[in-house]
Write a protein that binds this ligand. Structure first.
Ligand code: SF4
Length: 147
């Protein structure tokens, strides 16, 4: 709840069901929530708060809390367990400089959970997971199977 991971802009995506859940969480009609907090991408996904708030935080960050915490975007739920951080000591160190929680962990301990398949690795891209979920199974952008 330090808010460090909510600083900056970009890289936070929701699909339509996720965006509807977030709107519901705030008691807002979807159109109003979209107007206030989202940008629609050509891919059909929603980019959350691509302009940061007054102190550089995500627009959904208020008074030390995420306004949609129970249904927050997948990458926010996963943080700091991102693939690079749990597999690459350099990325772990770099992220630890901005994340007080991560700075209390050691790389060996965290990464050992994933070595040998004990725990599934986080996806390479949460955006790609959302896009794959939104696309009908086996059908590519051109309407043909992707093989
Ligand atoms: S959606 Fe919530 S958890 Fe994610 S960056 Fe914004 S305020 Fe932080």
């Amino acid at each position: 709840m330090c808010g460090e991971c909510c600083l900056g802009k970009g890289g936070v995506y929701l699909d339509r069901p996720g965006a509807e859940a977030a709107a519901g969480c705030m008691g807002l009609a979807f159109a109003r929530f979209e107007e206030l907090f989202l940008e629609r991408e050509p891919s059909g996904l929603y980019s959350v708060a691509s302009s940061p708030g007054p102190e550089g935080h995500c627009l959904l960050f208020r008074d030390g809390l995420c306004l949609v915490h129970p249904v927050k975007p997948p990458i926010c739920r996963a943080w700091p367990r991102l693939r690079a951080i749990v597999t690459d000591p350099g990325a772990f160190l770099e992220a630890g400089g901005a994340c007080p929680g991560l700075a209390r962990l050691d790389f060996e301990g965290l990464s050992s959970e994933y070595r040998g398949g004990g725990r599934a690795l986080p996806p390479r891209s949460f955006k790609a997971v959302l896009l794959a979920k939104a696309r009908p199974s086996g059908v590519g952008p051109g309407g043909r199977g992707e093989g």
